[in-house]
Design a binder for this molecule. Structure first.
Ligand SMILES: [Zn+2]
Length: 250
C-alpha cells in the first residue's frame, strides 16, 4: 500500500515542479505540456516519469544536454515521502488527502520562496479559506479555534515584521510570510501557533548561524523564512498532538 502512496506522491511531485517553475513567472500550470526550459523540446512519456527519468537521464536534457536542476528530483522525492507519511499518519481517507494537499502546498511555497524570495499570494490567499474549511470539516478543528488561529497568526507575524524592520532597517519578512502563517494556523487552530513559531525560529536561527559561519556573511542578506515556517508546520502536522499533549500534561 505504501508503494502506491509513494508512486502517487511522486506523480503529484512532478506536477508540483511545474507549479514551482511556472507560478512565479505568471505562466499557466496546465499549458503547454512539460518541455525542456532551454531548448523547449516537449518531453516524451519516458522522459516524464517522476524520479526515474531524472536518474535515467542523469539530470540532463536528452536533446540539448543542458543540466536539469536537482530540485526536480528532490521535490518528487519529498512529495512521495509526504504522501507515504500522511497516509501512515491520517489514513487513506479525506483526512489523509487534505493533509497531503497541505503538505504539497507548503512544499511548493517553500521552494518558490527559497528560489525567488517571494511567497505568491495566488497560493496563500485561496489557501487560507480552503484549509480553514478543510481543517474544520475533516480534521476535527473547531471553527472558533481556526478563526482565532488565523487572526492570531497574522497579527503576531505582522507585528514581528514591523518591529524587525523598524529595528534593523531590513525588510526581513514580507506579506507573504504573514499570509503563510495565517494559512497554517487557520488550518490547525490557534494552539499550533507557539509550536510552529518555535520550530520555525529555532531551525531558522540554526541555519542562519551556519550560513553566516560558513560563508562569512552577515544577516544583511535576508534568508527566506517561508521554508522554516513550512518546516514548523510539517513538524506540527505529524506530531502536534504529541507535543501539545506533552506540555499540557506536565
Ligand atoms: Zn533541452
Amino acid at each position: 500500500m505504501y508503494v502506491i502512496a509513494f508512486i502517487i506522491g511522486a506523480i503529484v511531485g512532478s506536477f508540483l515542479n511545474v507549479c514551482i517553475s511556472r507560478i512565479p513567472r505568471g505562466e499557466s500550470i496546465i499549458r503547454p505540456p512539460s518541455h525542456c526550459v532551454t531548448c523547449a523540446t516537449p518531453l516524451s512519456w519516458y522522459e516524464n516519469i517522476p524520479i526515474f527519468s531524472y536518474l535515467f537521464l542523469r539530470g540532463k536534457c536528452r536533446h540539448c544536454g543542458t543540466s536539469i536542476s536537482v530540485r526536480y528530483l528532490l521535490v518528487e522525492i519529498f512529495a512521495a515521502l509526504g504522501a507515504v507519511g500522511t497516509w501512515i499518519r491520517f489514513g487513506p481517507g479525506t483526512e489523509g488527502l487534505i493533509a497531503f494537499v497541505f503538505f504539497s502546498t507548503l512544499l511548493v511555497v517553500s521552494v518558490i520562496d527559497f528560489e525567488h524570495h517571494i511567497i505568491p499570494h495566488i497560493i496563500t490567499l485561496p489557501g487560507i479559506p480552503f484549509f480553514l474549511v478543510g481543517g474544520v470539516l475533516f480534521m476535527g478543528v473547531k471553527l472558533t479555534d481556526a478563526l482565532i488561529g488565523l487572526a492570531a497568526g497574522i497579527s503576531i507575524l505582522y507585528l514581528v515584521a514591523v518591529y524587525y524592520e523598524a529595528i534593523t532597517g531590513i525588510e526581513g519578512m514580507g506579506g507573504g510570510d504573514v499570509n503563510l502563517i495565517g494559512m497554517i494556523t487557520a488550518f490547525f487552530g490557534w494552539q499550533s501557533l507557539p509550536v510552529v513559531l518555535f520550530f520555525a525560529a529555532f531551525i531558522g536561527a540554526c541555519c542562519g548561524l551556519i550560513f553566516i559561519l560558513a560563508k562569512g556573511r552577515t544577516l544583511k542578506e535576508a534568508i527566506p523564512f517561508g521554508p522554516f515556517l513550512s518546516l514548523g508546520a510539517i513538524i506540527y502536522l505529524f506530531s502536534g498532538r504529541e507535543i501539545l499533549g506533552f506540555f499540557l500534561t506536565t
